[in-house]
Design a protein around this ligand. Structure first.
Ligand code: C5P
Length: 274
């Protein structure tokens, strides 16, 4: 029997850094949504654990014990499985990647034989708890506190990655302002226009440090902001992927086509968010 699990791209619509714990981990307050594009995980019971990586974004992805998928599998324990990761998303890109994949392994193993999920998934990575749920949520603490949010209006995004990898620890290390205001209550609205006005008042506190390390992020944000119908352009996570928000999927697709035409080597995708 083979089980498949989907690992959707995670988008931080906002990401406030509100403090730092004694162990160096940062306290976050983030509104997170998920795309309908992502990686896929296949799990087949086997004599021992193994990992194979396929797909367009496979080159460069580690397949050894340091891959988060294998760490997640070993943390969960139980009978071993052969894991295949079909990699569609760019790695180290601020949209979940390794965390989304590891969370999908946990979900997949749970679906395979109902083995229990780990009690502390955050020990695998700050984004694992929110990626386990894979639906819009507010994330606090270092990522271990995940809450439901009021329903968001229909949102469509154009995701753009300029092909630079920005290591998350480097971004946090260069952050100078570590105690920023948390997010206010999330405004419930039915129209993207109203929601975008609220969201524009929120921030991604990692955008400044990431732009300093990878100036192409500023170019991406400029191109997104100039596309027709774009309500807001912002970076996700610690970058370098940025998103533009649009009222409809055709508008998001049009923006994607425009940017692809200008920058054929960038990774560009249009998707609903939810
Ligand atoms: O947990 P994850 O592997 O995603 O984190 C990568 C690195 O990012 C951590 O080692 C830490 O340096 C930094 N980080 C942080 N505070 C968080 C999440 C990540 O300082 N809440």
């Amino acid at each position: 029997m083979t089980v498949e699990a989907f690992a959707p791209a995670k988008i931080n619509l906002s990401l406030h850094v509100t403090g730092r714990r004694a162990d160096g981990y940062h306290l976050l307050d983030s509104l997170v949504a998920f795309a309908d594009i992502g990686d896929r995980i296949r799990l087949t019971p086997a004599a021992e654990w193994s990992l194979a990586v396929e797909g367009p974004m496979a080159p460069g992805v580690p397949t050894g014990e340091d891959n988060l998928c294998l760490k997640a599998a070993r943390m969960m324990g139980g009978p071993p499985a052969a894991i295949t990761l079909i990699k569609e998303l760019p790695a180290a890109a601020g949209i979940g990647g390794g965390s989304a994949d590891a969370a999908a392994v946990l979900r997949g193993l749970n679906a395979l034989d109902e083995r229990p999920l780990p009690a502390e998934p955050v020990a695998l990575g700050a984004d694992i708890p929110v990626c386990l749920r894979a639906r819009a949520a507010r994330m606090r603490g270092i990522g271990e506190q995940v809450e439901d949010v009021p329903s968001l209006p229909p949102l469509y995004a154009c995701l753009v990655n300029p092909g630079v990898t920005v290591p998350t620890p480097d971004i946090f290390a260069t952050l100078t302002q570590r105690e920023n205001a948390p997010m206010p209550d999330i405004q419930e609205c039915t129209e993207i226009e109203e929601f975008a006005v609220w969201l524009a008042r929120q921030r991604n506190d990692l955008e400044g440090p990431a732009r300093a390390i990878a100036p192409s992020i500023g170019v991406v944000l400029g191109l997104l902001a100039a596309t027709s119908g774009c309500q807001l352009a912002r970076m996700s996570g610690s970058g370098a992927t940025c998103f533009g928000l649009y009222p409809s999927l055709p508008e998001a697709r049009e923006a994607a086509a425009e940017i692809r035409a200008q920058r054929p080597n960038w990774w560009v995708a249009a998707t609903p968010l939810g």
